[in-house]
Write a protein that binds this ligand. Structure first.
Ligand code: SAJ
Length: 415
C-alpha cells in the first residue's frame, strides 16, 4: 500500500471524523485537524462532538490505541484528506475559502511525494484549483509526475455516505477516485482500499467532482417530481402517496416521496454547483431546486387556509429535523416552515414536538409564539396538526389522538 503510514485528515466534521476513525481502526496513524478546539479536545478524550451510530465506539477505540489524535495544527504526513465544508455563497456559487485555508495549512508541511485528497463535495475544477494553489504556495514543488522537482499527487474522492448510516456506507459503498494524474488516482485508490470493501472506480478529477454532484441532483430532480405531483394531486383531490405507490409498481418507474421540502447540506446545495458551472444548459436542475424550495411555502399556505378564520388557533408542528430519525436541524425545511408560520400567523400559538432535540433552535426562540412540548401535549392542544418529519415516533402514534383535528400530513404517514 504505497508506503502511506500517516494520514492527516483536515476537518473533523460529519465526514472527516468518521473517515479518520475508520482509517485509524485499520492500522493507519491518523492525525485529525480541526479549527475548533472544543472538537479537538473532545476527540482526544475519545468522545464525539455529534451523533452518528457506531462512530463513538470507533473513535474511542482508535484514540485509546494511540492510532487517532486530534490537533488544531496541520502536521507533516504521507497523505492529507481534506474534508472541509463547501457551502454556497449568496449568488449560489461555491465558497472555496475553507479549501483554500486547508491548502495554506498543508503547503508548509509538504516535502514532495505526498498525496493530497479532496473529499469535500466540490464544483467542477475545485481539485485543480486546490492543486494549483498548493504549487503557487510552494513553487519548489510540482504536480507533474515527470518533474525533477518534488511531486505532489492530488486526487478527488468524494464522500457519498448517508447520514445515519455513515459507518456502514464508508466501508460498503463503491468509491469514485478522480486523479489529476493516473498516479494520484492509484495512490488514492490504494489508500481507500485499506477500509473500503466496495469497488473503486478510477477517473479524472473533474468527472469525479461531477459524479458526486450528479448523484445528489438526480435525487433532487426525482424528489421535485414527487413534490410537483403532490401539488397537482391536491388540486385533483387524489392521494399522492397512493398514486406514486401504484406508478412504482411499473418495473421501470421509481418515484421518490414528496415532503415539506428538501433539507440537509447536500441535496439542497450541490445541484447549484452544476447550475453555476453552466447556467445556460442546466434548466431542469435549476427548476428542480426551485420546485423543492417552493414546497415549504405551499405547506404554509395550506396551514394558513385551515387557520384562516381562527386567528388565535393552535398549530402542532411535529418534527424539526431535516429528515427522519436524526437530530440534525441544518437547512431543515421543517424549521423554516415553523419560523415562517409563526411570523405569518402572529396570533397563533405553534407547539413544536421534536423528540430528538431538547431545546428549540435560536431562530425559533425569537418569535414569542413558539414552544417545544411533548408530542401528546402538542396534539392535545392543537386545532391543526402539521406533520413535518416522518420520525418513527410519529409513525407509531395512536392516530385516535388526531380525532377532531385538522391534519396537514406532509409525509403521508397517517394515510
Ligand atoms: N427527501 C424527500 N423525499 C425522498 C427522499 C428524501 O423529500 O423521497 C428529503 C429528505 O426529507 C431530506 C432531503 O430530501 O430533507 C435529503 O435527504 P436524503 O436522505 O435524500 O439525503 P442526505 O442529504 O441525507 O444524503 C445525501 C445522499 N445522497 C444520495 O442519496 C444521492 C448521500 O448518499 C450523500 O453522501 C449525501 O447526500 C452527501 O453528503 O452529499
Amino acid at each position: 500500500m504505497n508506503g502511506i503510514k500517516t494520514v492527516a485528515v483536515i476537518g473533523l466534521g460529519y465526514i472527516g471524523l468518521p473517515t479518520a476513525a475508520v482509517l485509524a481502526s485499520n492500522g493507519i496513524n491518523v492525525i485529525g485537524v480541526d479549527v475548533k478546539p472544543s472538537s479537538v479536545e473532545a476527540i482526544n478524550r475519545g468522545e464525539v462532538p455529534f451523533v452518528e451510530p457506531d462512530l463513538a465506539t470507533q473513535v474511542a477505540g482508535a484514540v485509546s490505541q494511540g492510532m487517532l489524535k486530534a490537533t488544531t495544527d496541520t502536521p507533516a504526513a504521507d497523505a492529507y484528506i481534506v474534508a472541509v465544508p463547501t457551502p454556497f455563497k449568496s449568488d449560489k456559487t461555491a465558497d472555496l475559502s475553507y479549501i483554500d485555508a486547508a491548502a495554506r495549512s498543508i503547503a508548509p508541511q509538504l516535502m514532495g511525494g505526498e498525496l493530497v485528497i479532496l473529499e469535500s463535495t466540490s464544483p467542477p475544477g475545485a481539485t485543480q484549483h486546490l492543486a494549483d494553489y498548493l504549487v503557487t504556495l510552494r513553487p519548489d514543488l510540482s504536480l507533474d509526475p515527470e518533474s525533477s522537482k518534488g511531486v505532489i499527487h492530488v486526487a478527488h474522492c468524494p464522500e457519498r455516505v448517508l447520514p445515519g448510516r455513515v459507518m456502514i456506507e464508508l466501508v460498503t459503498n463503491d468509491r469514485i477516485v478522480g486523479g489529476l494524474t493516473r498516479a494520484a488516482a492509484e495512490m488514492a485508490r490504494d489508500l481507500y482500499s485499506v477500509f473500503c470493501q466496495g469497488a473503486m472506480h478510477i477517473t479524472d478529477a473533474t468527472t469525479a467532482e461531477m459524479a458526486k454532484l450528479v448523484e445528489n441532483s438526480y435525487r433532487d430532480v426525482n424528489i421535485a417530481f414527487a413534490n410537483e405531483l403532490s401539488v397537482i394531486s391536491d388540486r385533483l383531490g387524489i392521494d399522492v402517496w397512493e398514486l406514486i405507490e401504484l406508478a412504482n409498481h411499473h418495473p421501470r418507474v421509481n418515484i421518490l416521496q414528496p415532503g415539506p421540502g428538501v433539507g440537509g447540506h447536500c441535496i439542497a446545495v450541490d445541484p447549484w454547483f452544476i447550475v453555476a458551472a453552466d447556467p445556460e444548459n442546466s434548466n431542469l436542475i435549476r427548476q428542480a431546486r426551485e420546485t423543492n424550495d417552493a414546497k415549504p411555502g405551499w405547506v404554509i399556505d395550506r396551514v394558513a387556509e385551515l387557520v384562516g378564520d381562527r386567528p388565535s388557533a393552535t398549530v402542532a408542528a411535529l418534527g424539526l429535523a431535516f429528515k427522519s430519525n436524526i437530530d440534525d436541524l441544518r437547512e431543515s425545511p421543517a424549521v423554516a416552515i415553523v419560523r415562517d408560520l409563526s411570523q405569518r400567523l402572529e396570533g397563533t400559538s405553534v407547539l413544536v414536538a421534536e423528540p430528538h432535540v431538547s431545546e428549540l433552535p435560536a431562530v425559533l426562540q425569537e418569535p414569542g409564539n413558539v414552544a417545544l412540548v411533548s408530542t401528546e401535549e402538542a396534539i392535545a392542544e392543537a386545532d391543526v396538526v402539521l406533520l413535518l418529519v416522518d420520525h418513527d415516533a410519529f409513525k407509531s402514534l395512536n392516530t385516535e389522538l388526531l380525532a377532531g383535528k385538522q391534519v396537514v400530513d406532509t409525509r403521508g404517514i397517517w394515510r
